[in-house]
Design a protein around this ligand. Structure first.
Ligand code: TTP
Ligand code: MG
Ligand code: MG
Length: 445
């Protein structure tokens, strides 16, 4: 924890849905749901107008349709999200060299490292100064994104800054003055602590721990006994708002790792475990080939929204055993909520030693894993998905409003136009094409 509130966390509001409302003027102020629109689709996010009807991220689209039948249901347009994200991250990097993105729509910014020549108001890092600066930054985000709002938290640590940015969503700002951190946390659920997923929450619930205040009553020893060394220590620290993690612009890790990206989001846990197992065997093979072993096993999981989660656990002695690495990787996965879908999985081993401790815990004697035959299913995209960008030879640019029975209906509007007209065409009308943003080389100039 720092002596002043100088860690800023920014998160865009209803990100994917807000981009859709920006680019589709007829949807502004209306319920919009972005996600899988097919039979087994899952909601990525919903505009705040749709949240009023109880629509939430990770809910089945079916359920969302039941709760808010009049919402616009759209598939995602990742090029637009990525482009918008890049503009926000560039803005943040103009404030401070220490910007740590957590996903497409959120990042930490270290205000203590900000350029004070450009931002004299940050010279003293007092509560009024950072408050004024954060308001200025939020206004700039609206400008560079073409109208998206962001919620911001500023506090003395990453943990508290992230908690704070969520407190007054959407379009909110919360600055947590130094000294008030613990009072803020006490009434909150333990799930506010990063890394406390369903499995940990359940273990704590069984011993009567629901809030951070409950957690404070347990000693570090008790927590370690309950949750293991690394987790117990971590929870003990964070329950007292003790968090000294620095904001890091780029992480470098000395490790051997294997990862895979999947061309559609994985939701099947058994399949994910099989993939991790296979990756663990790969990592072990590479370690052995290089004569290396390591103590820390890490999994990397990128969610549907590009949030990347890293979870690790550290062994008493180094290993290069596939079964051990696989078992730990699967255990780490168990505490993550992957219900929204996973697009990348990886396993790594770090803390490398150039020797393997002989069989101290019997780990190297574990049987080699049965390798499952894993096949990642492929998806064929329907040609005209709702929300998709299209261009018509005469009407110009628009988006697919709906399609079926050989007909596709398009609304002709973009971020720069007023709400536009709706027209229907035959699905195979040669005048209608999918529109893609120009790649940098194709851009004029
Ligand atoms: P979030 O920042 O968690 O959510 P949000 O920006 O939609 O809403 P808010 O921050 O105002 O609460 O996630 C950012 C984007 O990531 C979100 O717009 C869509 C995507 N996402 C998913 O695809 N699946 C998910 O389960 C979640 C939580 C987010
Ligand atoms: Mg967000
Ligand atoms: Mg976010």
């Amino acid at each position: 924890m720092r002596a002043v509130a100088s860690v800023l966390h920014l998160d865009l509001d209803a990100f994917f849905a807000a981009v859709e409302q920006r680019d589709k003027p007829s949807l502004r102020g209306k319920p919009v749901v972005v996600g899988g629109v097919g039979g087994r689709g899952v909601v990525s996010t919903a505009s705040y107008e749709a949240r009023r009807y109880g629509v939430r991220s990770a809910m089945s689209t079916r359920e969302a349709r039941a709760r808010c039948p009049h919402a616009a249901f759209l598939t995602g347009r990742f090029h637009a999200y990525r482009d918008t994200s890049e503009r926000v991250m560039a803005l943040l990097r103009s404030v401070s060299p220490l910007v740590e993105p957590l996903s497409l729509d959120e990042a930490f910014v270290d205000l203590a490292a900000a350029d004070r020549a450009t931002y004299p108001q940050l010279a003293d890092l007092s509560v009024p100064s950072v408050t004024a600066f954060a308001e200025h930054l939020r206004a700039r985000v609206e400008e560079v994104t073409g109208g998206l709002t962001a919620s911001v938290g500023v506090a003395s640590s990453k943990f508290l800054a992230k908690v704070a940015s969520d407190l007054d969503k959407p379009d909110g700002l919360v600055v947590v003055p130094r000294g008030t951190e613990r009072d803020l946390l006490r009434p909150m659920s333990v799930t506010v602590i990063p890394g406390v997923g369903p499995a940990t929450t359940e273990r704590l619930r069984r011993v009567g721990v629901h809030t951070v205040a409950d957690l404070e009553t347990l000693s570090e020893d008790e927590l370690v006994r309950l949750l293991g060394n690394a987790n117990g220590h971590w929870l003990h620290q964070l329950a007292q708002a003790q968090d000294d993690r620095p904001v890091v612009a780029e992480r470098e890790a000395k490790s051997v790792s294997v990862e895979g990206t999947y061309d559609h989001d994985l939701t099947d846990r058994v399949l994910m475990e099989q993939l991790l197992t296979r990756q663990a065997v790969d990592v072990a093979r590479r370690l052995r080939k290089a004569g290396l072993s390591g103590r820390t096993v890490t999994i990397k999981v990128r969610l549907h929204d590009f949030t990347t989660l890293n979870r690790s656990t550290t062994l008493a002695s180094p290993t290069d055993a596939p079964a051990t690495i696989a078992r730990l990787a699967r255990t780490l996965l168990a505490d993550l909520d992957t219900s929204g879908g996973v697009r990348l999985l990886g396993v790594g081993v770090s803390g490398l030693a150039d020797w393997v401790q002989e069989d101290l815990f019997g780990e190297t004697t574990e049987d080699e894993e049965e390798l499952p035959d894993v096949e990642v299913p492929h998806h064929s995209r329907r040609a005209w998905a709702p929300g998709m960008d299209v261009e018509h030879a005469e009407m110009g640019r628009g988006w697919v409003w709906g399609s079926g029975r050989g007909v596709v209906t398009v609304r002709f509007e973009t971020a720069e136009t007023p709400a536009g007209p709706v027209r229907s065409y035959a699905e195979d009308d040669p005048d209608l094409t999918v529109w893609r943003p120009p790649t940098p080389e194709e851009e004029p100039g």
